[in-house]
Design a protein around this ligand. Structure first.
Ligand SMILES: Cc1cc2nc3c(=O)[nH]c(=O)nc-3n(C[C@H](O)[C@H](O)[C@H](O)COP(=O)(O)OP(=O)(O)OC[C@H]3O[C@@H](n4cnc5c(N)ncnc54)[C@H](O)[C@@H]3O)c2cc1C
Length: 394
């Protein structure tokens, strides 16, 4: 039997997330809409969300987390994404899904530290300035491609040398970083990359200037520089050479990101609908004009279809994680971002001239939605991966 109704517990989680999004995130977005703002403004809101358990959805109950499923997370993150997709994606979705990497790497001490902290922010760094980020997905068996930041064995520990790209989410804000580095340059990505736990105050690691994006104004992205960063042996998470496999074992990451974009698509639809009901033309609300009503109907379909793909992928994370990782999770991310971009575009159109002013939200939706096209792999590269999986290519 296939069920679409959330359980009473899930409805409760959804209501909690919606209440938090409306009472904390929305006022922050409104307050800072025309002002320069950043982490100092977001921090209290992040801490309030963390206090509700929204960063510990996947942390086991025994460690003080919610012990939730991917579907639980998707329900929560859609609510946060409807309030602000940047805050939802960067601070909540990323921080909430990273503990799954720790669990699957067997990193008990780091997981315990995350669980014990009231509001720890995490970041993950793979991409690099002089390497096409797409190589991480497409490099296959050729060791010449992919990240170059080196982790060299020195004594009992490791030394990191190199840099990560200007896109590292939560750079300069995170308490701890999960860094992908080359431990074996002769091996392809599967076998040559390893994952390291690097506290923000580790000597030799520095953060570049904040990268300005076309949207997501309350988020932080910057480069990371590693100048002979000495790490203890215990900084290696999982086995040496196991990082690419570890990331492949966490399909929840793209599913949760996708849920944030379903939230954005829903918000754009809701905004356009409200506007169309009150704006009048030729003596009637424009929502009655068939050309506008068709846009509103299309947006409804976009949101519903994207949500169903996210829920399906979330369910597969529990029952068939391999299928989720290969097809359903990247497909959900592609579909949700497509829905967000389409709904934002239709929202701009519905508002007519007001859609392209900064006094209304439609333009913000569009800029915010486009960021999804390339974050956590581009749409094209994800589609290439899905194509390879469904056609059975290596
Ligand atoms: C908001 C945001 C947040 C991010 N956060 C993080 C983060 O936290 N950590 C992190 O490590 N990285 C992060 N990234 C980096 C992100 O993963 C990369 O930007 C993305 O994978 C694309 O890599 P690139 O920018 O180098 O583009 P490229 O790989 O240079 O691609 C450029 C274009 O060419 C296409 N292309 C490239 N190679 C091929 C090919 N072989 N075949 C067909 N088409 C190809 C791409 O689809 C794209 O259209 C973030 C990016 C953004 C925008």
């Amino acid at each position: 039997m296939i069920g679409f109704a959330p359980t009473p517990e899930q409805s409760q989680l959804q209501a909690t997330a919606r209440g938090f999004a409306q009472s904390e995130i929305r006022p922050l977005v409104e307050r800072t809409r025309h002002a320069k703002a950043g982490w100092d403004d977001v921090k209290p809101v992040f801490e309030a969300g963390a206090a509700l358990g929204l960063t510990k959805i996947f942390v086991p109950e025994a460690l003080g987390g919610l012990g939730g499923s991917c579907l639980d997370a998707a329900l929560i993150l859609e609510e946060l994404g409807a309030a602000d997709v940047g805050i939802a994606s960067d601070y909540f979705s990323l921080t909430a899904t990273m503990p799954l990497l720790l669990q699957r790497a067997g990193a008990q001490a780091e997981l315990a530290a995350f669980s014990a902290a009231p509001a720890m922010v995490l970041a993950g760094a793979q991409s690099e300035p002089n390497v096409a980020g797409s190589e991480l997905m497409l490099a296959g068996a050729d060791p010449a491609f992919g990240p170059k930041l080196a982790a060299v064995r020195e004594g009992e520990g490791w030394t990191l040398r190199g840099e990560k790209s200007a896109f590292i989410t939560n750079a300069g804000v995170a308490d701890n970083y999960l860094i992908i580095a080359r431990t074996d340059a002769a091996q392809p990505l599967m076998g040559g990359l390893s994952l390291f736990w690097v506290p923000a105050d580790t000597p030799g690691m520095s953060v570049g200037r904040k990268t300005p994006l076309i949207g997501w104004p309350l988020t932080s992205h910057a480069a990371l520089h590693f100048d002979d960063v000495a790490l203890p042996a215990s900084a290696l998470l999982g086995r040496a050479g196991g990082a690419a496999m570890l990331f492949a074992m966490v399909p929840e990451m793209p599913v949760c990101l996708a849920a944030c974009f379903v939230g954005l698509a829903r918000a754009a639809h809701g905004y356009a609908l409200d506007y169309a009901k009150q704006r009048r033309s030729m003596g009637a609300p424009i929502a009655r004009a068939q050309a506008v009503a068709m846009k509103l109907a299309e947006m409804h379909q976009e949101v519903t279809a994207a949500r169903l793909m996210v829920w399906h992928a979330a369910a597969l994370c529990e029952t068939d994680p391999m299928q989720a990782a290969m097809v359903a999770a990247p497909a959900a991310k592609v579909r949700a971002v497509d829905a967000a971009i389409r709904c934002a575009q239709l929202c701009v159109e519905t508002l007519g001239g007001y859609g392209v002013t900064t006094e209304y939200e439609a333009g913000r939706f569009l800029n915010d939605a486009w960021i999804g096209w390339s974050c956590d792999f581009t749409r094209d590269v994800l589609m290439l991966g899905i194509a390879a999986a469904v056609t059975g290519q290596e």
